[in-house]
Design a protein around this ligand. Structure first.
Ligand code: HEM
Length: 155
C-alpha cells in the first residue's frame, strides 16, 4: 500500500518513520525528568520508549520481510549499493547493540532506584554511567534510520 508522506515509501515505512521522529523529543523529556530527579516519570517514560522501540523493530522487520526483505530497499534506492549497504548494516548492528545495552540500563536503573544509590558527590551510579552511552546509541539509531529512509525513498 502506498505511503502518505508523498515519497516512494509504503504505508508502514511512513508510519514507522513518524514514530521515529516522535521518539527524539520523548527521549529528551525523559532525560530532563531524571536531571530534575523526578525518577518515577523518568522510569515510566523510558520504559514506554523502550517498549515502543522493541515493537517498532518487530513491525518494521515483519513489514520488510513481507515486501521482499533487503531487496525491497535496494531496488528503491538510487544510491550506490556498497555505501548504502554499509550504512544499513551499521544501522542494524548498532541498533541491536542499543537494544541489548537498553536492557542493562533498565536493570541498573531499577537497582539504583530500589537501593536509593543514586549519584552523589564523588560517586556515579552504574546506571548513570551506561545511560549516557545508551542515549548516544539511541540517537545514532534514530538518525541513521531517518537517513536510510531519506536515501531509500526520497533521494
Ligand atoms: C533505556 C532506558 C533508560 C535510559 C536511556 C536512562 C537514562 C538516564 C540518564 C541519562 C540519567 C542521568 C541523568 C543525569 O545525568 O542527571 C538517568 C538517571 C537515572 N535513571 Fe534512568 N534511564 C533509563 C531507564 C531507567 C529506568 C527504567 C529507571 C528506574 C527503574 C531509571 C532510573 C534512574 C535513576 C534512579 C537515575 C538517577 C541515577 C543517579 O543519579 O545516579 N532509569 N537515566
Amino acid at each position: 500500500m502506498k505511503g502518505f508522506l508523498g515519497t516512494r515509501a509504503d504505508f508502514f515505512s511512513d508510519l514507522l518513520i513518524l514514530a521515529l521522529i516522535v521518539i527524539l523529543p520523548a527521549l529528551v523529556t525523559a532525560i530532563l525528568f531524571a536531571v530534575k530527579k523526578r525518577y518515577l516519570p523518568h522510569k515510566r517514560m523510558m520504559l514506554t520508549i523502550f517498549t515502543v522501540l522493541v515493537l517498532y523493530v518487530i513491525v518494521y522487520e515483519t513489514n520488510l520481510t513481507i515486501l521482499g526483505g533487503v531487496n525491497y530497499l535496494t531496488t528503491n534506492t538510487r544510491v550506490q549499493l556498497v555505501p548504502y549497504m554499509a550504512l544499513v548494516v551499521f544501522h542494524i548492528v548498532q541498533s541491536a547493540m542499543a537494544l541489548v545495552l537498553g536492557g542493562a540500563t533498565i536493570s541498573r536503573g531499577r537497582a539504583a532506584l530500589s537501593s536509593g544509590q543514586v549519584s552523589r558527590e564523588g560517586v556515579v551510579s552504574v546506571h548513570r554511567k551506561i545511560a549516557w552511552v545508551e542515549v548516544g546509541m539511541l540517537v545514532i539509531s534514530v538518525v541513521t534510520g531517518l537517513v536510510i529512509y531519506y536515501l531509500t525513498f526520497v533521494y
